[in-house]
Design a protein around this ligand. Structure first.
Ligand code: SF4
Length: 257
């Protein structure tokens, strides 16, 4: 993507959704951290089905620690990798109580030292709970960064570093959500809806789709890149309007993911 187009690219995504938020349900930094840990290799929809009951039982590190791994497992057994995730949530809760005064640390290294927390999760928490202008590269952002030419890269870290350079400061706070939502609902993994895409004119993807007669987007032509794009469970979601992100309970005025 040409540098001169980047500002307009984000201006248009912002027009669609001026105040984007995470689609995960959470109530405070701790429940955000837990929800993001649970969302690894799972959909937000699946996590949101399990977490209301879990958070009703335990919405602080102390309560989660007291709940314990076995009961946590029962609450989240509908989520993939629930055994490992239950173990991690119990362990990270104990560390927060014993080492961080029961607070979620506003620090990347301390976050990444918690069980089940990697760079992506730390970025999400820093962005949504503490307002840092971080960009967590998930499968959607990885795809959009590469297809659009905004920040091409072979690894999530390469795309993240590319985005840090490419995204103007005034768009960084919400860039994470705009790119995720664009990837989830418009620039979908298998068949992007290029004919309805508000930023198509700036996108350098060579296999843009065209509108078919029945209204469904179809690939204009196949490329190696198109064949090898990661296929995510997120594409099973109904294509809600990109502007129609539901408001979720937030953490009392903290910036939302
Ligand atoms: S034009 Fe197509 S490939 Fe490019 S960002 Fe839009 S939906 Fe994605």
């Amino acid at each position: 993507m040409k540098k001169a187009h980047v500002d307009e690219f984000f201006r248009r995504l912002a027009q669609v959704n001026p105040a984007p938020e995470t689609e995960l349900i959470y109530h405070n930094p701790f429940t955000l951290l837990v929800a993001v840990v649970l969302s690894a290799q799972a959909t937000d929809v699946g996590v949101n089905k399990a977490t209301p009951a879990l958070f009703a039982a335990a919405d602080t590190p102390e309560k989660m620690m007291r709940l314990g791994e076995t009961k946590i497992r029962n609450y989240i057994k509908t989520i993939g990798l629930f055994n490992t995730k239950a173990r991690n949530v119990a362990a990270l809760s104990r560390i927060l109580v014993e080492t961080h005064g029961s607070q979620v640390p506003e620090d990347r290294a301390a976050l990444e030292a918690l069980p089940g927390v990697g760079r992506k999760t730390a970025n999400v928490v820093l962005n949504s709970a503490f307002g840092h202008p971080t960009i967590a590269v998930d499968t959607h952002i990885f795809r959009v960064g590469n297809r659009t030419g905004l920040a091409p890269g072979k690894t999530p870290l390469a795309v993240e570093l590319g985005l840090e350079k490419a995204v103007p400061e005034n768009w960084k706070q919400h860039a994470h959500h705009w790119l995720i939502l664009h990837g989830r609902y418009v620039c979908k993994a298998r068949t992007p809806e290029c004919s309805a895409c508000r930023v198509a004119e700036f996108c350098t993807y060579k296999a843009k789709t065209t509108a078919a007669r029945d209204g469904a987007a179809k690939p204009a032509r196949k490329t190696t890149a198109a064949k090898t794009k990661p296929v995510t469970a997120a594409r099973k979601r109904k294509p809600a309007a990109a502007a129609g992100v539901k408001k979720r309970p937030t953490n009392g005025g903290k910036a939302a993911r």
